[in-house]
Design a binder for this molecule. Structure first.
Ligand code: BTN
Length: 234
């Protein structure tokens, strides 16, 4: 997929910028976001010029609205593959689309799909990847940067290009949905979770095609959860 790539020094949020100015297949990269958004009402901390904060606008013609979780799979797997080419540590996907190294978050993804009937009109994929930041000051839970893992600075432009290559490959791949599940953080392990009512131990066994998480509790009962219905206790 060919992208028009635009670099800007500062904007409120690259997702927001693309909503206002995006056309065709486009990537907008910002040195700094004054109001970078995380999931829900969270903000996204990123020191000026030290990390990759960018958004992509795509028009996924062969993905129906009911299959929109495929976009999450493609982006998450592409990000893991790209990062895995930079570090030896295992890179995993914390459902649905946080990218983790060990128990720490290196990348957050915010996908906003605009639907038209049964089709996806377009999709804005916002990515915050912690690359060269040396310390994190906000109360963001367990962040980590590539620099903190390797002790080396990495060229941001080169990483962006490497990610776009991986994204293109995963978009064409027929096995991304399997790879996504293989890359899941805590897959097959008994771990602690918090639902709206209680904390409990369960084993993460699968993610359904619509993106719901499948857990099996200690009594062997299967339960499915939509995003926000369950939290990982880290
Ligand atoms: C999360 O909460 O994990 C999602 C974080 C997404 C942050 C990125 S940075 C680039 C893009 N612009 C935004 O305002 N948010 C996303």
């Amino acid at each position: 997929m060919d992208f028009k790539i635009i670099h800007i020094k500062e904007t409120d949020s690259t997702n927001h910028w693309l909503k206002e100015h995006g056309e065709g297949n486009m990537v907008v990269v910002a040195d700094y976001q004054t109001a970078g958004r995380g999931c829900g009402s969270n903000s996204w901390e990123s020191e000026r010029g030290r990390n990759l904060t960018f958004s992509m606008l795509i028009h996924p013609e062969n993905i129906l609205a009911k299959e929109q979780f495929r976009i999450t799979e493609v982006v998450s797997v592409a990000m893991c593959r790209m990062l895995q080419s930079y570090i030896y540590n295992k890179v995993e996907i914390k459902w649905p689309n946080d990218i983790y190294v060990g128990d720490k978050k290196i990348c957050g993804i915010l996908i906003e799909n605009r639907l038209q009937g049964t089709e996806i009109k377009d999709s804005i994929i916002g990515i915050g990847l912690n690359v060269n930041q040396k310390e994190f000051k906000s109360d963001a839970p367990n962040p980590v940067s590539l620099y903190q893992l390797t002790g080396q600075e990495t060229d941001l432009e080169e990483m962006l290009m490497a990610f776009l290559d991986c994204f293109d490959s995963e978009l064409k791949s027929k096995t991304t949905c399997f790879t996504y599940r293989e890359m899941l953080f805590r897959r097959g392990k008994d771990s602690l979770y918090r639902s709206k009512t209680t904390c409990f131990t369960a084993r993460l066994t699968d993610v359904l095609p619509d993106g719901r998480l499948l857990l099996v509790d200690q009594e062997g009962r299967e339960c499915t959860y939509a995003f926000k219905e369950i939290q990982f206790i880290i």
